[in-house]
Design a protein around this ligand. Structure first.
Ligand SMILES: Cc1cc2nc3c(=O)[nH]c(=O)nc-3n(C[C@H](O)[C@H](O)[C@H](O)COP(=O)(O)OP(=O)(O)OC[C@H]3O[C@@H](n4cnc5c(N)ncnc54)[C@H](O)[C@@H]3O)c2cc1C
Length: 466
């Protein structure tokens, strides 16, 4: 049997095309390469920097110096795309985190939130170690995936009739090279190749929804002291909305270390020197993180990062979009890192892409309709995490258009949190939604809604949700 690219297909999978090109070797690109590998003769990953072959920080992903929580939904998607991925995390020294018993959550009115075992497990480690585990797993499972380092994609090349992307142009060692492709996945983070192509080839630009949070971060590593508290492994502290947005995440990572990221919105950012950083921790609403790190040995200095805004490009609303192009990960939607969703959404989008490619391979769909089907599936993946971003509007100074029913959403959420604290079954459901294992539509369960409404009607919870 012949595939679209004219090559013979294997008995295992029916090839969809000759070559897929993935732009970017960060988590979105790695997951996309794993999604495409079973369906293309070859997958070429072009990275302007280098593939994550070790655990040093790459300039291409400056955010890697900050705490990166991998949600259970993301872990599941990556493990499904790259069998053995979770075992790879363990081999990198990942720390087992039992939700929510190893985790101390601190939010106004709940200091701490009840720590219960809700039956979910995640793995905590540094961002470079996550990417390396994915790279290792990918390269050992799929010999048809090739990484090309030092290749900066400059243009996507249109097909002769202008309706599709036919090739990728990139620069390596100052020289231009062109690579023909049946499918290009833009996992470049900023999505400049896609945006540039749409503009140059006369396609409409996607509407962009923005929630501006002006989040400032500062992170530092610490050796975990011998007398560290035993009643938690990780702490997440929220501020006191609407006026105090300062909070922090302390997470264990490989090598018996904590990575501690502190942050605040709209000018409440932590400073970049250790003394100022510790003073910021001390000034936060609760003292748990400060007490843990004040005597701990820092490793390296404090690093800072600025995150301006959540941004969702609504490709699904476009009437025309070039064939042979799939943007993925941050190129579609960037989320406020406070909620730890970006890697997981990228992995779930790659999982969706794999399912659609498998439909094509099985003859149930064709490559021509791929981007349309993909864009039709993406909003369902983004809607739940994006809804969390809407709660940023509780802070004055947040830019963008709040949902019309924001006040009700905040009240509903505060009542739900009260119920979550009281009821282990609702706590489990809430954890599944927060970890992107279930969609937020799971809250539409009649029993849950009725009980939330009872809380709302009995006494309005005064504590705004973050
Ligand atoms: C401070 C901070 C903390 C975060 N914490 C979390 C967290 O706890 N949990 C979580 O899930 N997410 C978190 N995120 C979000 C997460 O980092 C991103 O969502 C995720 O990395 C997106 O992956 P990506 O592959 O789409 O893009 P990126 O990670 O941005 O990678 C893009 C890649 O493409 C390459 N590239 C770019 N342009 C080109 C080009 N023209 N040619 C070739 N290569 C190119 C880059 O070098 C890079 O390797 C955090 C983000 C920040 C900023």
């Amino acid at each position: 049997m012949m595939g679209r690219g004219g090559m013979t297909t294997t008995s295992k999978t029916k090839a969809v095309g000759q070559r897929a090109v993935v732009i970017g070797a960060s988590i979105g690109g790695l997951a996309a390469a794993a999604a495409a590998a079973p369906f293309f003769e070859s997958v070429v990953v072009l990275e302007r920097d280098r593939a994550p072959t070790d655990t040093s920080h790459r300039p291409g992903t400056p955010q890697s110096r900050h705490a990166h929580a991998l949600l259970v939904g993301g872990l599941m998607a990556l493990d499904a795309l790259m069998p053995g991925f979770e075992a790879g995390l363990v081999a990198e020294g990942a720390v087992l985190l039992r939700s929510n018993i190893d985790f101390r959550g601190e939010r106004m009115g709940y200091d701490p939130f009840p720590q219960r075992d809700v039956g979910m497990r995640s793995r905590a480690l540094s961002r470079p170690a996550i990417d390396r585990a994915a790279w290792k797993c990918l390269t050992s499972s799929f010999p048809n995936v090739e990484f090309r380092d030092g290749c900066r994609v400059t243009h996507l090349v249109p097909s002769p009739d202008g309706s599709a992307v036919a090739a990728v142009r990139y620069q390596r060692d100052g020289k231009d090279e062109t690579l023909a492709s049946d499918l290009v996945v833009d996992a470049s983070g900023r999505g400049a190749p896609t945006v540039g192509f749409l503009q140059e080839a006369g396609f409409p630009a996607p509407e962009e929804e923005i929630i501006g949070v002006d989040q400032g971060y500062a992170s530092c590593l610490f050796e975990i002291p011998g007398d560290a508290p035993s009643d938690w492994k990780s702490v997440l502290t929220f501020g006191a909305p609407p006026n105090d947005s300062r909070g922090g995440l302390l997470m264990p990572i490989e090598g018996n270390r904590w990575i501690v990221s502190l942050g605040g919105r709209h000018g409440q950012a932590p400073p970049g020197d250790l003394e100022g950083y510790l003073a910021f921790a001390q000034s936060m609403r609760t003292q748990t993180i400060y007490q843990a790190i004040r005597g701990a040995k820092p490793e390296g200095g404090v690093v800072r990062y600025g995150f301006r805004e959540n941004a969702w490009r609504h490709f699904e609303r476009l009437e025309r979009f070039p064939r042979g192009l799939i943007p993925l990960g941050d190129a579609v939607c960037r989320f406020n890192p406070v909620y730890g969703q970006g890697m997981s959404v990228a992995a779930q989008e790659a999982h969706l892409l794999k399912r659609l490619l498998s439909d094509i391979a099985a003859g149930r769909a064709d490559l021509i309709g791929l981007s349309k089907s993909y864009f039709a599936g993406v909003p369902e993946l983004i809607e739940t995490p994006w809804n969390v971003a809407n709660f940023d509007f509780v802070f004055p100074g947040t830019r963008g258009q709040p949902p019309a029913d924001l006040a009700f959403r905040l009240q509903f959420s505060a009542a739900l949190i009260k119920l979550v604290a009281e009821d282990p079954a609702v706590h489990k459901l809430n954890s599944e939604v927060q970890h992107l294992v279930k969609r937020r539509s799971a809250y539409r369960d009649e029993g849950v809604i009725q009980r939330v409404m009872e809380v709302l009607n009995s006494a309005r919870p005064a504590v705004p949700a973050e």
